[in-house]
Design a protein around this ligand. Structure first.
Ligand code: HEC
Length: 289
């Protein structure tokens, strides 16, 4: 009776400590940092010590009992085996039978000469099994009853956090270029820069006055890939249709320069080039953005 009580107490202690460690690990951001959370390591070390001490105590008690028994029966203990404690520990955790004792647990059945031993489940396995049950209960409560975060929710939270951080970063560094919110420029300095970029990179195909050559006329209201600043910017940034000759300029020109040259292209609208190429595409009726 006393033994059972002790065993239960011990198992409860181990599980409660285990639970506390898991809780601590879940609650802290860096649970294994000795500097930030020395308590976690203290608890783990303490739990390990108690388990070790308990095993050591049991093994020694068993040894003493055996020695007493041998003394009583008048048997002189043979040379002391240095590893006796380890063997005993192994035996305690596996409950294996000596080969000589197998007669006791052999089953009556005889399958064509093959016989079976009725071994008990080894304690290491049984305790592991209990641990999985406890884990299962904890898991069930945490994720299905208390509503802990599922991987999906964790993912969404992480994405929301990243988005927030990105916004904060953009606010702090207003010079970074955002392709999504790029807008038409009308300052003459910007258009001058756009013109310079155009003459250098685009005139070979679109001609200096935008009248068109290899590339389409940029001064008329007909557009293949959509008119308006947003579309023009996008075409220059990501290029025209495959194989047509209009490459993506995003890796070649700075985004700021693409914004300026796109603004310049828009400013060419309605001008009269010397030799206008005949219209290509559709009349763009979308709003000028
Ligand atoms: C190698 C020749 C070539 C060069 C250089 C070139 N383009 Fe083009 N561009 C084209 C062709 C060809 C098209 C038609 C693409 C298509 O049909 O998909 C085009 C289409 C465009 C369009 C869309 C026209 C429409 O009707 O939708 C714009 C805007 C444009 N180019 C601007 C520029 C700018 C600005 C530059 C310089 C940064 C440039 N292009 C350099 C050949 C060129």
């Amino acid at each position: 009776m006393k033994r059972i009580f002790q065993s239960i107490l011990y198992i409860v202690f181990v599980f409660v400590s285990f639970w506390a460690i898991i809780k601590a690990i879940l609650a802290y951001e860096n649970p294994f940092s000795l500097y930030e959370n020395p308590l976690v390591w203290t608890l783990i070390a303490f739990l390990g010590l108690v388990v070790l001490a308990k095993e050591y105590f049991s093994v020694t008690m068993q040894k003493i009992a055996e020695e007493l028994k041998m003394e009583k029966e008048g048997i002189v203990p043979e040379e002391v085996d240095e590893w006796a404690w380890a063997k005993k520990l192994l035996k305690r955790w596996t409950k294996s039978r000596e080969i000589g004792e197998e007669e006791e647990i052999i089953l009556d059945h005889n399958y064509d000469g093959i016989k079976e031993l009725d071994n008990v489940l080894p304690p290491w396995w049984v305790y592991l099994f209990y641990a999985t049950i406890v884990f299962g209960v904890v898991y069930l409560i945490r994720f299905h009853i208390a509503g802990g975060d599922t991987p999906e929710m964790e993912y969404e939270k992480a994405m929301a956090k990243a988005k927030y951080e990105m916004e904060q970063y953009k606010k702090k560094t207003p010079n970074t270029f955002d392709v999504e919110s790029v807008a038409l420029l009308t300052e003459s300095a910007d258009l001058q820069r756009g013109k310079a970029v155009f003459n250098l990179n685009c005139a070979s195909c679109h001609v200096r006055d935008g009248g068109g050559g290899i590339g389409p006329n940029l001064t008329d209201e007909y557009w293949i890939l959509g008119g308006g600043f947003k579309n023009v910017f996008k075409t220059i940034y990501t290029g025209g249709r495959d194989g047509k000759g209009m490459v993506a300029w995003k890796g070649v020109l700075k985004p700021q320069d693409i914004q300026k040259v796109a603004s310049y292209v828009i400013s060419l609208g309605g001008t009269t080039p010397a030799k206008p190429k005949k219209p290509q595409g559709e009349i763009w009726t979308g709003e000028e953005e």
